[in-house]
Design a protein around this ligand. Structure first.
Ligand code: VG1
Ligand code: CO
Length: 544
């Protein structure tokens, strides 16, 4: 095997964001751009040499080409064994599962998650460590530092590996094994859930459900698990064939982009249960008949009901949520006597808590829910949790959610996203809020008394690492909150996210319209941050 050493120069924009490095496909196609980042991973992770690496992506445009590049570089860097999903496919949760199952030293996941795909759209690359989870900040910062000084990378000249044929080939001294992307993951799901009970529900003839894979990665997973293994009628899975451009859509399971499945869950002919997942399969949206379950509520309901689910019947250790996620799960934790952690946005911050056995369940308001079964959020897992719960409780989704609110109170919740705004304006707005923080506690904003105002910093209780500047929090005496932060996953301009929540303990007032309930807080949040004048936007791009 002849190793070619290629001279290169650093790119200075390769710092990973909330979840890996995301850029336009055209940027990744710049000569040496992908290679520099991959070599920086290999250079900073010497343990990969001789070990196993997992490799796969969400099937978006450029996935196959990138996999061939990485395979050649892996061979040149002496990686012992690469497990690659057939067709180059692996959902993010499945990649995490395969890393753990096969004791790999790490994994490279190619995805820009819910961002659109295609030659003019987005691509992404992310490194996961041996626990199966996204690399913690220390690791991503080391990779970034390496990208700033890299002068050469190594590759070999060889024909493409046939990614569509399962089996093993060798590239130099590296064994490349093409594996079925679904098998390990499906087996893990079978351990966690009572498939007989769920099958009785799904195949019973009365219960109607639809799952929207949005032409993204979860199609093959959902067909195998929901239709083949659990007996849901063929056709339950919609848009089940992964496409390089996701059929031209945004593979983002929210009320705006997943409108097809939302429509099927509303009105006189509504199905009993509907769900969707995102580009790389780690997000989930849960819908009942005329009922949207907010991700924050979903986490709280699952925490309250976990012991009814086979894999969690022995009880859960603790829970965690990202800072902007509603405090609904905190109330469950308080009542059940569980530890509850508040972490910065991004799944990587849950890793240590999960590894240390401090928490079992965790979630984010951005349609992410998961547990200690792997180290990523997991879309289909959340769907199976709900199906198992429905099978056990024999109630509707709405029935379960309403009963939950009666018991714990309701956290009304909404998120406003202002996408693609000018970066300087966005930074100016955050600085303006930062400058106002000291004066806010004790003051009153339109009748709401401010209890605290800060810029969220997190000290990891396991390794003591500190992450600062994670978003502005303003908490009010009545339990309401406003949170502002800038997105770390976008590829053009800046995205401002404003998260709002208010608590309602009175069952008589828990059935109101969220938009109406949140009106006052929205007005306060908009005025305080001077959103209109600073961004030139009179309305958000997306309201969740
Ligand atoms: C967003 C979400 C965050 C999530 C991240 C990755 O990040 O807010 O909760 O962990 O996406 O999810 P940001 O920085 O844009 O707010 V995924 O499914 O895009 O990998
Ligand atoms: Co995702």
């Amino acid at each position: 095997m002849d190793i070619a050493t290629i001279t290169t120069r650093p790119f200075h924009d390769q710092r990973p964001g909330t979840s890996g490095l995301r850029r336009k496909v055209r940027v990744f196609q710049t000569p040496h751009y992908l290679e520099n980042f991959v070599q920086s991973i290999f250079d900073t992770r010497p343990d990969l040499e001789g070990g196993t690496l997992v490799l796969g992506g969400d099937g978006r445009y450029y996935n196959r080409q990138a996999i061939q590049v990485i395979l050649r570089m892996a061979a040149a860097s002496g990686i012992g064994h690469v497990l690659v999903g057939q067709g180059g496919l692996l959902s993010t949760p499945a990649a995490s599962c395969v890393i753990r199952e096969h004791r790999a030293r790490g994994g490279i996941i190619l995805s820009a998650s819910h961002n659109p795909g295609g030659p003019d759209e987005d691509f992404g690359i992310k490194y996961n460590t041996a626990n199966g989870g996204p690399a913690p900040e220390g690791v991503t910062e080391a990779i970034y530092a390496r990208t700033r000084e890299i002068t050469q990378y190594r590759t070999i000249e060889t024909a493409d590996v046939d990614l569509d044929r399962p089996g093993t080939v060798t590239l130099g001294a590296t064994r490349v094994e093409v594996i079925d992307p679904v098998t390990d993951y499906a087996a893990l799901m079978q351990e966690l859930f009572d498939f007989n009970q769920i099958r009785a529900l799904c195949a019973g003839g009365k219960f109607r459900m639809r799952y929207d894979a949005m032409h993204a990665i979860t199609g093959p997973y959902a067909k195998r698990i929901l239709e083949d293994m659990l007996g849901a009628p063929p056709g339950t899975v919609l848009n089940g064939v992964p496409r390089e451009d996701f059929g031209g859509g945004h593979p983002d399971p929210n009320l705006v982009h997943a409108h097809e499945i939302v429509a099927l869950s509303t009105g006189p002919d509504a199905v009993d249960f509907a769900a969707a997942s995102d580009g790389d399969g780690d997000r989930n949206m849960i819908l009942g008949r005329d009922c949207f379950v907010t991700p924050s509520d979903s986490l709280a309901v699952l925490a309250a009901n976990a012991t009814r689910i086979k894999g969690y019947a022995g009880g859960i250790k603790g829970v965690a949520r990202s800072m902007p996620t509603s405090q609904a799960v905190d109330r469950v934790a308080a009542k059940l006597g569980l530890d509850c952690y508040e972490t910065p946005t991004g799944w990587k911050y849950f890793g240590n808590l999960l590894d240390a056995g401090r928490i079992t369940l965790c979630g984010e308001e951005s349609f992410g829910t998961g547990s200690d079964h792997i180290r990523e959020k997991d879309g289909l897992w959340a769907v199976l949790c709900w199906l198992n719960l429905l099978a056990v409780r024999q109630e509707s989704v709405a029935g379960i959610v309403h009963a939950h609110w009666r018991e714990f109170g309701r956290n009304y919740y909404t998120r406003y996203d202002y996408e693609g705004i000018d970066s300087d304006a966005a930074n100016g707005l955050m600085q303006h809020l930062q400058d106002r923080l000291d004066g806010l506690p004790g003051s009153t904003l339109d009748g709401y008394s401010v209890e605290y105002a800060d810029n969220f910093a997190y000290t990891d209780p396991v390794d003591g690492s500190v992450s600062r500047n994670q978003g502005i929090r303003i908490g009010f005496k009545d339990g309401s909150r406003i949170v502002y932060r800038l997105s770390g996953t976008g590829t053009s301009g800046a995205t401002l996210r404003v998260y709002l929540e208010t608590y309602e303990p009175d069952p008589a007032r828990q059935d109101r319209n969220t938009a109406e309930v949140m009106q006052e807080l929205v007005a306060i949040a908009t005025a305080l941050a001077e959103i209109g004048t600073r961004t030139g936007r009179s309305a958000p791009t997306v309201i969740t």
